[in-house]
Structure formats: C-alpha cells, structure tokens
Write a protein that binds this ligand. Structure first.
Ligand code: IPE
Ligand code: IPE
Ligand code: MG
Length: 249
C-alpha cells in the first residue's frame, strides 16, 4: 500500500467524526434529537464548503456499529433522519455533481432505507465533483474483518495463496479502496479517539481534534483545520530533510 495521497497543501480526502450533537442540544435544554437534526445542517454546509474548496472526497461518520447500544428511541430517530435526509437532499446533491456512496453493513437497515441508499448511489454514480461517503453502521474492525473474510474465501477456492496476503492485498478489499486515502481527519466534540472509524485507512492521516460541537462546525472551522493541515510536514516514514529535498527537486 502506498500511504501517500496528497503532498500539496490542500487535502484531497477529508474524513470527519461528526461528534457532539447530543451535547449541543443538552446545552440548550433540547432533546438530543434536535442536535442530530442540526447536525444535518452542518453536513450540508460541509459539503458545500468542500465543493467550493475543490476537495475530492469527504467521508462522514454518521452511525457507528456501536451506536446500536444507544436507547432504541434515539437509534430509531437517527435512522428516520437518514430516510428523511436522503429523500430531501439527493436531488440537490445530484445537481451539484456529488457522487454519494455508503460504507458499512447495510444489512441491518430497513428495506426502505436500503432502497433509498441504493437509489441515491445509482442516481449520483455519474458525478465527479465531490465523492461524498457516508459511513453508516460502519466500524473499522468490521471493515477489516469483511476484507479478511473475502480473502479467506479466495484462499479456500484456490484463487489466492496465503503468502500473497500483504498490505496491498488487504487495502484493495477494505472500504474506500478505490479512493485516495484520507489526508485529513477531523473529530469535533473534543474527544481524542478514533471510536472504531477508518482504522486501516487512517494509517498516515493527519489527525485534527476540535472542541467545537458538530452542529456548530462551519466554514470558518473547516478553514482552521485546513490551515493547520497546510502546515504539517507529511513524512511517510522519511526524514524531514528528505521531504524538503523532494519538494525542491
Ligand atoms: C454524534 O453526536 C452523532 C452520532 C453518534 C450519531 P453524539 O450523539 O455522539 O453527541 P454527543 O457526543 O452525545 O454530544
Ligand atoms: C462516533 O461518535 C460515531 C459517530 C460520530 C457516528 P460516538 O459519540 O459514538 O463515539 P464515542 O462512543 O463517544 O467514542
Ligand atoms: Mg458522541
């Protein structure tokens, strides 16, 4: 696997853990659901901002494989919000040249939600301005296991030899394989953890954490993250001197 993606000052791929909806609502004495609803507005803002800044890929963590542990009313409200948002937003995403896709185990979703997801992916498949990836019922450990399961089947069928299994072979089976790896990871809401997001894909991603709660995350906050990113030296195992030399060459 080549961990290198973007060496320029602008990331090609941004991956975000959109955290803090519940706390945003609680601070206003509102039910958590209102925080999730406001969070959808932040998603729209982030998508528009990425388009205007010519970011190629935006991956958003919308629901983790562990979020099923939440109270069932909250889980249903979040899933309803997915349905409503897909119905409402797909046409405009399509008009704006966004290609939408979902990663995660969708078998746990209702027929209706699975249908809307498949329809949205199909409808927007010809677009190329921005790849918008929604991680829903996604877990990094699930992702690596599903990749290994596919490879195990190929070994069982005699199509692959165990000696050939290395980082490149695994990288081709995990989610987002066809896209450049995330250059910039953003987590809002103040926690400094990965929470089982893209474990494999974040190997060389720059990690940015902000206290700002997701519903309050706007263009200005995105630009702060982009500025921070532009000042990182990405070494991919090399020395700083080597990187400087390469730049000059
Ligand atoms: C993130 O916000 C949204 C989802 C996990 C669906 P939270 O709901 O986790 O908000 P906090 O962390 O409780 O504030
Ligand atoms: C991570 O947020 C998942 C999403 C944003 C979808 P959580 O709020 O679920 O993370 P933890 O449980 O605090 O680590
Ligand atoms: Mg949270």
């Amino acid at each position: 696997m080549t961990p290198e993606s973007s060496t320029g000052s602008l990331p090609r791929h941004i991956a975000i853990i959109m955290d803090g909806n519940g706390r945003w609502a609680r601070a206003r004495l509102l039910p958590r659901y209102v925080g999730h609803r406001e969070g959808v507005k932040s998603v729209r803002r982030a998508v528009e901002a990425c388009i205007s800044r010519r970011i190629e890929v935006l991956t958003l963590f919308a629901f983790s494989s562990e979020n099923w542990r939440r109270p069932s009313e909250e889980v249903s409200l979040i899933l309803d919000l997915f349905v409503q948002t897909l119905k409402k937003e797909v046409a405009s995403l399509n008009r704006n040249g966004v290609r939408l896709r979902f990663i995660g185990d969708r078998s746990a979703f209702s027929d209706k939600l699975r249908y809307l997801i498949a329809e949205a992916e199909q409808e927007t498949s010809g677009n190329s301005r921005l790849d918008l990836v929604i991680a829903a019922n996604y877990g990094g450990q699930w992702d690596i296991s599903q990749a290994l399961r596919k490879l195990a089947l190929q070994v069982q069928n005699g199509e692959l030899s165990p000696q050939d299994i290395g980082p490149d072979v695994i990288a081709a089976e995990v989610a987002l394989a066809e896209l450049p790896p995330p250059d910039l990871f953003i987590r809002t809401g103040g926690e400094r953890r990965i929470s089982n997001f893209l474990l494999w894909q974040l190997a060389y991603t720059e990690l940015y954490f902000t206290e700002v709660l997701w519903p309050a995350f706007d263009e200005k906050e995105l630009d702060s993250a982009l500025l921070w990113y532009a000042n990182r030296q990405r070494r991919f195992g090399r020395t700083g001197e080597q990187v400087e030399q390469q730049k000059g060459a």
